[in-house]
Design a protein around this ligand. Structure first.
Ligand SMILES: *Cc1c(COP(=O)(O)O)cnc(C)c1O
Length: 354
């Protein structure tokens, strides 16, 4: 069996194997997405998401097919002129680039991986319609802390704030109330196969979308909202993934206790990897280190050696990403990965690299 520490697509919960057969046996796979069986599944899934992940009752939940699709939906439906992007890595930057293709006036502020998101230094013009940032930057293993999010929220109360939480939602107990839009695809912390994303929106997001009334796309937010009033989608959705999501959520602990064990484990992993002479933690500032994606830096030659040797031992590590492609590797700290699997990973590193 391969041990999979890749930060997305990542290890799926082993129970998924049984859920897949159950989905087939329950006849959910061939059921129409306008019918009662689907609506019941969708309603149950939305209820579980809210309960298990601490999503405020009045937030609206939508299904999309990927986080990338969410980037585009939000720009299309919530901006007419421009958005503002605060980023320190590849995913945040890509979101800005897509935004600029649709709304060329969109702007950004880049910050350093070892710096907290610099809320005080931001110069966001008053005609900005959407502020965007990535809570957990998967490409370099950094995070934006709850305190920083609160500061941003307090400084820009009148502007909608959208958060890409693709590699932290369902892992961390995010305070959704401090921003308007949060989204994630399910192939990271949710421990599910790719092809589904979840987007959570505050009531004023919907109010704003209705004001703008952008209806030029199949997934315009207003159209999605109208369908979701009855737990439906504008297109035939990924019914199988929604089914798997419901089953996984039913079996999972509440996010608060899940977060605690994940945070403890991240602490152990950072401590563990601090002991190697030739391997450094990419992020030196402890405060901005991600809890769910550990980024490690070494010479290109050593990184190459580690990844190859690991594969030889049936251990899949995450490649570096973007600017850090060749001289870093990443280790996912996602809920579906067992403590025993990390013990095996540690034995591997102690044996070959201590
Ligand atoms: C993986 C990832 C994405 C892209 O997700 P898709 O579902 O492939 O579109 C976007 N943002 C972040 C932060 C990610 O980790």
């Amino acid at each position: 069996m391969m041990l999979n520490f890749y930060p997305g697509p990542s290890k799926v919960y082993p129970e998924v194997r049984t859920y897949l057969t159950d989905a087939y046996d329950e006849g959910i796979l061939g059921t129409p997405h306008r019918g009662e069986q689907f609506v019941q599944l969708s309603r149950a899934t939305v209820g579980l998401l809210k309960r298990k992940l601490n999503i405020p009752q009045d937030y609206l939940i939508f299904y999309a097919s990927s986080a990338t699709e969410c980037w585009e939906i939000l720009i299309q439906s919530l901006t007419t002129k421009k958005s503002f992007h605060i980023y320190n890595g590849s995913f945040g930057e890509k979101w800005m680039e897509y935004a600029q293709k649709l709304r060329p006036a969109s702007e950004g502020h880049a910050f350093d991986v070892n710096e907290a998101m610099p809320v005080d230094q931001l110069e966001i013009s008053s005609d900005t319609e959407l502020i965007c940032f990535t809570q957990n930057e998967t490409s370099n293993g950094t995070q934006v802390t709850p305190t920083t999010i609160l500061n941003l929220h307090n400084r820009y109360r009148d502007t909608l704030i959208a958060v890409d939480a693709t590699s932290s939602m369902a892992g961390l107990n995010l305070k959704l109330i401090k921003a308007d839009i949060w989204f994630a695809s399910v192939q990271k912390c949710f421990g599910l196969p790719s092809g589904l994303a979840i987007m959570c929106c505050s009531p004023r997001t919907i109010f704003r979308a209705k004001q703008i009334a952008e209806l030029q796309h199949y997934n315009s937010l207003v159209s999605m909202y109208e369908k979701m009033l009855n737990y439906q989608t504008t297109t035939t959705p990924n019914v199988l993934d929604i089914y798997l999501l419901r089953r996984v959520l039913e079996d999972r602990p509440f996010i608060k206790s899940l977060e605690q064990s994940l945070v403890d484990r991240s602490q152990e992993l950072y401590e563990f990897f601090s002991q190697f002479q030739d391997i450094q933690l990419l992020v030196e500032n402890e405060e901005v280190r991600s809890k769910t994606v550990i980024a490690l830096q070494a010479s290109e030659r050593l990184v190459d050696d580690i990844k190859k040797r690991a594969l030889h031992h049936n251990i899949k590590l995450g490649n570096g990403y973007g600017n850090w492609q060749r001289n870093t590797f990443r280790v996912a700290n996602f809920p579906a990965i067992l403590d025993e699997e990390y013990e095996e990973l540690k034995r591997f590193f102690l044996h070959y690299y201590a």
